[in-house]
Design a protein around this ligand. Structure first.
Ligand code: GRF
Length: 214
C-alpha cells in the first residue's frame, strides 16, 4: 500500500527547489582589505553564492572601508575609541543586516566574547602562515613571515580557521602550502602568501557554508 503511494508520487514531475538566497557575510578588516576585494570579486564572477552585507573596521581610514563606500556596501566603524561598548554595537550592526557568517580578513582586534558566542561556528579568520606553529598573540603580518624565515621551514602558506575567544585558535578549515624560496625576504614571502590567501578564502567560505544546513 505504502509502496504504491510512493510510486504514484514518484510519477509526479519533480518540483524545482527554490534558489537559496545568497549567504549574508560581514567582513571585518582593519587595513588594506585585499581579501575583501578578492571575496567580492568571487561574488561578482558568480563563483561564491554570497553577498557582503556589511564591512566593519576598527580603523576609520582602512582601505576596506574605502572599498565598501566605493561599492555602496553598508559599512561601520566600530572602535573602543568611539563606542562605549564596541561588542554590543558590533552585534547590533550585524543583526541589523541579517549577517549569517562573520569573515575576519586582517581584523586586528580580538573579537568580543559576546560576538564569538553569537556567531560560534559561523565565524572564520585567515592567518598568513601555518597554524598552530606560527600563530598566537603578537604573530601577525610581517612577524609571521619573519618567524617562518627564521625557522628555515621549506613551506609556509595561509590557514583559515574558525574563530574562538583566543588568537589563531579554533578548528582549521583550510590551508594552502606555499613554498619558501631561496633568497626570500619578508616582502617576497608575504606577497606569495597573500596571492594564495586570495585564492583560498572565498573557496573556503563557499565550501564550508554551502555545505551547512540553512
Ligand atoms: C592578510 O595577510 C591576512 O592573512 C592577515 O591580515 C592580512 C590582511 O590583508 N590576517 P588584507 O587587508 O586583506 O589585504
Amino acid at each position: 500500500m505504502v509502496f504504491h503511494r510512493h510510486r504514484k508520487w514518484a510519477k509526479l514531475p519533480r518540483m524545482t527547489e527554490p534558489p537559496r538566497p545568497p549567504r549574508r557575510l560581514a567582513v571585518l578588516a582593519s587595513g588594506r582589505g585585499s581579501n575583501l576585494v578578492a571575496i567580492q570579486d568571487a561574488i561578482d564572477r558568480g563563483d561564491l553564492h554570497a553577498s557582503v552585507a556589511l564591512v566593519v573596521s576598527n580603523n576609520s581610514s582602512a582601505g576596506a572601508l574605502e572599498f565598501a563606500r566605493r561599492r555602496g556596501i553598508p559599512w561601520a566603524h566600530v572602535s573602543a575609541k568611539t563606542d562605549a561598548d564596541p561588542g554590543v554595537r558590533l552585534l547590533e550592526r550585524l543583526e541589523a543586516v541579517g549577517c549569517e557568517v562573520l569573515v575576519l580578513a586582517g581584523y586586528m582586534k580580538l573579537l568580543d566574547p559576546r560576538v564569538v558566542a553569537a556567531y560560534r561556528g559561523r565565524a572564520m579568520n585567515i592567518h598568513p602562515g601555518p597554524l598552530p606553529r606560527f600563530g598566537g598573540p603578537g604573530m601577525f603580518g610581517e612577524h609571521v613571515h619573519a618567524a617562518v624565515l627564521a625557522a628555515g621551514v621549506p613551506t609556509s602558506g595561509p590557514t583559515v580557521h574558525r574563530v574562538t575567544e583566543h588568537y589563531d585558535e579554533g578548528d582549521i578549515l583550510a590551508h594552502t602550502e606555499v613554498p619558501v624560496l631561496p633568497g626570500d625576504d619578508v616582502a617576497s614571502l608575504a606577497a606569495r602568501v597573500l596571492a594564495a590567501e586570495h585564492a583560498l578564502y572565498w573557496r573556503t567560505i563557499a565550501r564550508v557554508f554551502d555545505a551547512a544546513p540553512d
